[in-house]
Design a protein around this ligand. Structure first.
Ligand code: ADP
Ligand code: MG
Length: 395
C-alpha cells in the first residue's frame, strides 16, 4: 500500500484521533448490541496505540441521525461494549466537539481510550465542513483512519480532518486496501469475478471495470434476468431492468471481444411470487413459466460455474446469486460459497448481503479476505479512488 500506516510514524505518547466504524446494529427497544463484529474489528489498532502509550480518541458514526442529536443513536452502548472487550475503561463524551468532549480528552492519560459522541450528530460531518474538521483535529496530534466502511465518503471525520494532522491508516484499513487493491491492480492470474445481487444498475461500474481484469465473469442474482432477456429469452415475471438491456448487451459484446468467459444461468429456481414461502421449482432458463420469476440459479448453472472457476487463482465475489436471505432460494449462493472455501484460490468477498451469507455459513475464515465495507468495497472494485484513503499521507 502506498499510504502510511500507524507503523510508519511515531505514535508514542501522542494523542491519536482514530476514525473507526462502530456502526453496529442495536435493538432500538433494549439498546442491546446485536452484532459486535465491527467493534472487534477495531481492536487491533486500538491495542497497538495503547501499547505505545498513546491517548486514543475514537470517532465513529452510528446510523443516520442526519446532523442532529437522536437519543437512540447515542454511542453509550458501544462505549460499554468496547470497554468490556478491551477490559479497560472507555471515557464516553456526550457530545462530539463540545464541552464534554473537551473535558474528556483533556483528562486522558497515556494508554487511555475515549469515545466521542456519534459524529453524525454534527451537521458539518456529512458536508465535510472545514470548521468541524478543525475542531476534531484539536483532539489529536495525529489522525488514524481505520473506518474502511465509510472511506468512500468525503466527510469531516473521514477526509477533512486529514488536512490538519499527520494522517495514516489503521490495520483494518490497511488490510482492506491490501486485499482489494491486489485484486484490482495485481491479482495472481487467472482471475474470475462473480457478480450477483439485485440490479445491474448498481453493479454496472464493477462489471465494466472488472471485465478488463478477468478471464471468467459469472453473473447471478436479479441482474442475470436482465442479461437473459437481453439475449431474447422470456424470463416471465423476473426482476428485469428494461432500461439496462442495452448495458447488458454491451457487456456481453465486450466480454466476447476480450475473450472473457461469461457465465449466465442455464437453469433457475423460479417462484410463483416474490415471497419466502412461494411455490418453487427448477426449470431451464428458456422455459420460465408465464408469471413466474427467477429467484436463484439452478443445479446445472452451479455445476457450470464451478467448472469455469476451477483453476482460477484469484476470485472476487460481490452479490449473491439468488435471494439468499430466503432458504428456498439460497442454494446457488451457498453452493458457490462452499466450493470457493475449498478451492485453494485467493478469494476476496465484498458486499453487505454476500458477506452476511458467508458469515452465516461459518465460512468467512476460509477466504483470503472478507471485506467489512459494502459500499466502499464496491467503489474500490469499480476502480474509484476512495476519498478517505486518498486523504491519507503517502508513504
Ligand atoms: P451485496 O449487498 O452483497 O452487494 P446486493 O445488495 O447487490 O448484494 O444484492 C442483494 C440483494 O439482491 C438481496 O436483497 C437479494 O434478495 C437480491 N436478489 C438476488 N437475486 C435476486 C433475484 N433473482 N431476484 C430479485 N432479487 C434478487
Ligand atoms: Mg446490499
Amino acid at each position: 500500500m502506498n499510504k502510511k500506516t500507524v507503523r510508519d510514524i511515531d505514535v508514542n505518547g501522542k494523542r491519536a484521533l482514530v476514525r473507526v466504524d462502530l456502526n453496529v446494529p442495536i435493538d432500538k427497544q433494549t439498546g442491546e448490541i446485536l452484532d459486535d463484529t465491527r467493534i472487534r474489528a477495531a481492536l487491533p489498532t486500538i491495542d497497538y496505540l495503547r501499547a505505545r502509550h498513546a491517548k486514543v480518541v475514537l470517532v465513529s458514526h452510528l446510523g443516520r441521525p442526519d446532523g442532529k442529536v437522536v437519543e437512540s443513536a447515542r454511542l453509550a452502548p458501544v462505549a460499554a461494549r468496547l470497554s468490556e472487550l478491551l477490559d479497560a475503561p472507555v471515557a464516553y463524551a456526550r457530545d462530539v466537539v463540545g464541552e464534554d468532549a473537551k473535558r474528556v480528552v483533556a483528562a486522558m492519560q497515556p494508554g487511555d481510550v475515549a469515545l466521542l459522541e456519534n459524529v453524525r450528530f454534527e451537521p458539518g460531518e456529512e458536508k465535510n465542513d472545514d470548521a468541524l474538521a478543525q475542531q476534531l483535529a484539536q483532539f489529536g496530534d495525529l489522525y488514524v483512519n481505520d473506518a474502511f466502511g465509510t472511506a468512500h465518503r468525503a466527510h469531516a471525520s473521514t477526509a477533512g480532518v486529514a488536512k490538519y494532522l499527520p494522517a495514516v491508516a489503521g490495520f483494518l484499513m490497511e488490510k482492506e486496501i491490501d486485499y482489494l487493491g491486489r485484486v484490482v491492480s495485481d491479482p495472481e492470474p487467472p482471475v474470475a469475478a462473480i457478480i450477483g445481487g439485485a440490479k445491474i444498475s448498481s453493479k454496472i461500474g464493477v462489471l465494466q471495470h472488472l471485465l478488463s481484469k478477468v478471464s471468467v465473469l459469472l453473473i447471478g442474482g436479479g441482474m442475470a434476468s436482465t442479461f437473459l432477456k437481453a439475449q431474447g429469452k422470456d424470463v416471465g415475471a423476473s426482476l428485469v431492468e428494461d432500461d439496462q438491456l442495452e448495458t447488458a448487451r454491451s457487456i456481453m459484446a465486450e466480454a466476447e471481444r476480450r475473450g472473457v468467459a461469461l457465465g449466465l444461468p442455464a437453469d433457475a429456481v423460479v417462484a410463483d411470487r416474490f415471497a419466502e414461502e412461494a411455490e418453487a421449482k427448477t426449470v431451464d432458463v428458456d422455459s420460465v413459466p408465464d408469471g413466474w420469476m427467477i429467484l436463484d440459479v439452478g443445479p446445472k448453472t452451479i455445476a457450470d460455474y464451478e467448472k469455469k472457476l476451477s483453476g482460477m487463482k484469484t476470485v472476487v465475489w460481490n452479490g449473491p446469486l439468488g435471494v439468499a436471505e430466503w432458504d428456498a432460494f439460497a442454494e446457488g449462493s451457498r453452493a458457490i460459497a462452499r466450493w470457493l472455501a475449498g478451492s485453494g484460490a485467493t478469494v476476496v468477498i465484498g458486499g453487505g448481503e454476500t458477506v452476511a451469507l458467508v458469515q452465516e455459513l461459518g465460512l468467512a475464515e476460509r477466504y483470503a479476505h472478507v471485506s467489512t465495507g459494502g459500499g466502499a468495497s464496491l467503489e474500490f472494485l469499480e476502480g474509484r479512488e476512495l476519498p478517505g484513503v486518498a486523504a491519507l499521507d503517502d508513504r
